[in-house]
Write a protein that binds this ligand. Structure first.
Ligand code: ADP
Length: 680
């Protein structure tokens, strides 16, 4: 037998046995064991205790062994011990005990009293069990539980019979059910899942979970209040460490808002396209209503306010054409009362939206005129309604109505804001269409007037010119040089006037598509030569030079092409009053014939270049006030060039000069049959 390291009296340890074997057993146990006397003082620690703590044998007196207990835990132990001594009860305490290597390990201490025949406690048996691992595991669990509590996604667990066993706060937020309402209830009673393709989908879902242990996808489920929610779900089979099935977890996320946003954006993009595509607002609005169904609404209607205050239903849309027909009929047989205090008529009168996120049966009862009406609206099954006005400026021209019915959806303020946005865009499109139509007719009136006016002006001017020439000849004959000279100037002014009238006539003709072009092979060198010869006499200061030549011919209208060159030359002279020359560069390149008219004049600001060829466009710089003109020469020139299959470009620098370049395709041998009218 080994020497007793504790030096405890043998009688204490041998209690009840009367031999050494019990004491040997206690010493051999890999468990901390001690025995205290009736005063609570330790009388004995087993060998393992000394081995564990590394304290010298014989340390039993209170105070000495305190050293092995973590100082933070000591007060509690002392208190518990004191209480137990007082009451004579057993006690338990958790504390940290220092191992011989200095590491504290958590222990569960138990102390049990042993009473004699009279009930007096004569000893206490104590054990301490290392619970460090369990404590760590419990701690981890607590963190995991916190994690689940704070997850943004709904986390639900069920056992193998699909009975709900776990339900986190996010699940409450998502489905509206409280944890205590759902624990212990079958999951399918709480969360009704709608699979787009019905039973087939459900079976597929179960198969996937069984085969692969997991299913991921989107499903429509019901909130406690019955409204549909779109949920992105991940369902996973769970099992214990031994692989025995435990049940399922579902991690579900509400993607309703996100999907709505996507749907809204898609709808808005589509609506914008539709609204911008046509100026017939009736068709456009009807299309917008159709686009809204069923993503935005189960029913969508467009009503317009007529001039006389009547409400005119422009469109109504529902996925089911039969229901559409029914609604149209209903609207005809029972048109809305324009004086109704709420609903569509009120929105049209007030210009303010009406929003009913939840339609209750009481509301239907209150609104219905009679039993028949009530039955009707009940059949539709309204769940939520938004009516938003179509407003132009201060004026309400109509309204869009969005109704959620069979979908069970409830509109939110965000949905209302979205509907108002759609209405604003739709109203703008309607207004644009109206303005465009008005502008079109105004332009048509103007063009007609221009055609008429220029035509009417032409006849007297032609006569005037004839008489002037006759008079000039007479003056010449009579030798009245002075008079002849003035009549000559008058004649030139009449030429200018004729030119202006012709330009106006041309614009009117271009508008009406009435310019006629002849078709012939044209030598541009000759055309340019003639134009220079025409313009040179009117330009006293400028020398107009021609450089280079064009090889080849172009198909087209000789007169009209001459008009283009003359126009560019006249401008070049007109807009370079300080210069003394204009250069016409002729050449041939891969694009065909090129005529560049270069001046060294005032130049054109970059910002004007893109619009230079529009009709009536003039550079409105103060410095340009001195140059008369109508802003149609370049428009006509570019039209003529375009009709010849060519183009006209401009480069310019303020104060340095401007170059207009006309490019025209050359005839090819095999293109002899083509032509301006044929090819334009
Ligand atoms: P306009 O009868 O006013 O000259 P055009 O259509 O021929 O009309 O020209 C449009 C405008 O382009 C002119 O008002 C003028 O401001 C500018 N422009 C045209 N040619 C030149 C040029 N060679 N140099 C500077 N500005 C020019």
């Amino acid at each position: 037998m080994r020497e007793d390291p504790s030096g405890a009296p043998a009688s204490v340890v041998d209690a009840g046995r009367g031999d050494d074997s019990f004491r040997n057993l206690v010493d051999a146990l890999p468990q901390l064991i001690y025995i205290a006397g009736e005063d609570g003082e330790i009388a004995y620690f087993n060998r393992y205790w000394y081995d564990f703590t590394g304290l010298p044998a014989g340390v039993t007196r209170t105070g000495d062994w305190y050293d092995a207990i973590h100082p933070d835990d000591l007060p509690e132990i002392m208190a518990a011990r004191k209480r137990a001594l007082h009451t004579g009860q057993a006690f338990e305490a958790e504390y940290r005990l220092r191992r011989r290597d200095g590491v504290y390990r958590w222990h569960l201490g138990r102390s049990t009293p042993l009473a004699d025949g009279t009930g007096r406690v004569i000893r206490r048996f104590g054990t301490a069990t290392d619970i460090t691992e369990q404590k760590a595991a419990a701690e981890n669990l607590r963190y995991y539980a916190i994690l689940v509590q704070h997850m943004a996604d709904a986390a639900i667990t069920t056992d193998t019979s699909y009975v709900i066993r776990g339900w986190n706060p996010a699940a409450t937020a998502l489905y509206g059910w409280e944890e205590h309402e759902v624990l212990g209830r079958p999951a399918n009673e709480i969360i009704q899942t709608h699979f787009p393709n019905g039973e087939a989908d459900r079976q597929g879902w179960i198969n996937t979970v069984n085969e692969h242990g997991r299913w991921q996808g989107e499903v429509v489920q019901r909130h406690k209040d019955g409204s549909p929610i779109l949920v992105a779900a991940t369902v996973t089979q769970i099992s214990d460490a031994a692989g025995r099935p435990l049940g399922m977890t579902a991690i579900n996320r509400d993607v309703t808002a996100q999907r709505r946003l996507e749907e809204n954006l898609r709808f808005l993009a589509e609506a914008n396209k539709v609204l911008g595509s046509s100026l017939d607002y009736r068709t456009t609005l009807a299309t917008v209503a159709r686009l809204g169904v069923p993503e935005i609404a189960d029913w969508c209607a467009v009503d317009m306010l007529a001039e006389n205050g009547a409400i005119e239903r422009l469109a109504v849309a529902h996925v089911d054409p039969e229901k559409v027909a029914w609604a149209i009929e209903l609207n005809e047989s029972r048109p809305p009362d324009p004086d109704a205090p709420t609903g569509l008529p009120h929105v049209l009168r007030s210009g303010r939206s009406e929003f009913y996120p939840v339609i209750t049966d009481e509301m239907l009862v209150a609104a219905a005129q009679n039993e028949e009406d009530l039955a009707l609206v009940r059949r539709v099954g309204f769940s939520s309604v938004m009516i938003v006005p179509l407003t132009v400026g201060e004026r309400t021209i109509g309204a869009l109505t969005f109704v959620a019915a069979e979908s069970g959806r409830h509109y939110t303020p965000a949905d209302l804001a979205f509907a108002e946005e759609v209405a604003a865009r739709a109203a703008l499109a309607v207004e644009n269409a109206r303005l465009y139509t008005a502008a079109q007719s105004a332009v048509a009136v103007r063009d007609e007037f221009m055609a008429l006016a220029s035509h009417e002006l032409k006849t007297p001017v032609t006569s005037l010119k004839m008489y002037t020439q006759v008079l000039q000849r007479q003056a010449d004959r009579r030798g009245e040089a002075d008079l002849a000279d003035r009549l000559g100037r008058m004649d030139r002014q009449l030429d200018k006037l004729t030119g202006l009238i012709n330009d106006l006539l041309d614009v009117a003709r271009i508008q009406g598509g009435r310019i006629e072009y002849t078709d012939e092979a044209v030598d541009l060198n000759a055309v340019v030569g003639e134009a220079v010869a025409d313009v040179q006499p009117t330009a006293a200061k400028h020398q107009i030079a021609i450089e280079g030549a064009i090889e080849g011919l172009v198909w087209g209208d000789r007169e009209r092409l001459g008009q283009v060159v003359t126009n560019l030359l006249t401008n070049a002279v007109k807009y370079s009053p300080q210069a003394d020359r204009v250069v016409v560069h002729l050449g041939t390149d891969e694009r065909g014939a090129s005529i560049a008219v270069q001046d060294f004049g005032i130049g054109i600001g970059e910002e004007h270049l893109p619009r230079l060829f529009e009709q009536f466009y003039r550079v409105s710089d103060p410095s340009e006030k001195t140059f008369p003109g109508l802003g149609i020469g370049l428009y006509i020139a570019s039209e003529i060039v375009r009709r010849h299959g060519g183009d006209i470009r401009v480069t310019s620098e303020l104060g340095v000069g401007t170059t207009f370049t006309v490019a025209l395709p050359l005839t090819r041998q095999d293109a002899a049959s083509g032509g301006v009218t044929g090819g334009a």
